[in-house]
Design a protein around this ligand. Sequence first.
Ligand SMILES: Nc1ncnc2c1ncn2[C@@H]1O[C@H](COP(=O)(O)OP(=O)(O)OP(=O)(O)O)[C@@H](O)[C@H]1O
Ligand SMILES: [Mg+2]
Length: 278
Amino acid sequence: MGAFLEVSYVSKYFPDPSGRGMQCIFKDVQCGIDQGTFVTVVGHSGCGKSTLLNIIAGLERASAGGVVLDGKEIDAPGLDRMVVFQNFALMPWMSVYENIRVAVKAAHPAWAQTQVHACVLKYIEMVGLTDAASKRPAMLSGGMRQRVGIARAFSVEPKVLLLDEPFAQIDALTRGAIQEELVSIWMRTRNTVFMVTHDVDEAILLSDRIMLMTRGPEAEIAEVVDITIPRPRSRTSIIEHPHYYKIRNHIIHFLVERSRRCDRPAEAMSHHTGGIHG
Ligand SMILES: Nc1ncnc2c1ncn2[C@@H]1O[C@H](COP(=O)(O)OP(=O)(O)OP(=O)(O)O)[C@@H](O)[C@H]1O
Ligand SMILES: [Mg+2]
């Protein structure tokens, strides 16, 4: 029996920039993600994080290996996986309410109007946008738009939420607030989440498990770090945890010093539990 979301020996090749051959972006990526787990992938720009997320989303095909979600092989996009991209992707002519309603209706075609309405309102409230429900995206700030994207993704109650640097374009202050909102929504829903980020602090705040990806080409998941800092977590409380700086330094050291292939021993994959060597 595999995990709820099982990524098995996934490799990806793209035509290389010279056009003469293929380039291996990453190879043999393997991970099993249990239901209700929040997993983050951290790695340098270009190592293939978005490509991996898109393969799980069914938007991109693996060159080798495959992904199984809840016993079913992924070969196309589906409403059991919702993606939040960094560029919001809302329908500009629709209000906040309507943007969420189309998603809920698509996911639950048999629901009555009142059931759809209740669900839409619940998720609008969850992200604190009740007062802005009738506004169109152009009338909202970047942070508010991103909250609509998050509400829309959660409202479908997908088996897996796929978040590709969802806060990258948001200013630092708003980002902190939305990260904390995401923590609290996740605490209530316990969705399975697969997120890509550059931000080490964000990864520690949100994750049960952080996968560290080496630089490409031929990138791989070199290490998995379990974050056992107790929940609920907030940005101010986690920094007081005795393991926090140890974990943070370990990850930053990996990114700066050990993420190139030539910097690492050949056997690669290791696993840390309970915040770095106990
Ligand atoms: N359609 C494509 N055709 C050819 N090469 C591609 C294609 N899509 C991505 N790549 C290449 O694959 C590599 C990985 O890209 P990807 O976008 O997955 O990286 P990433 O880790 O998400 O980077 P970032 O952190 O900057 O978002 C890059 O070298 C990129 O140029
Ligand atoms: Mg990316």
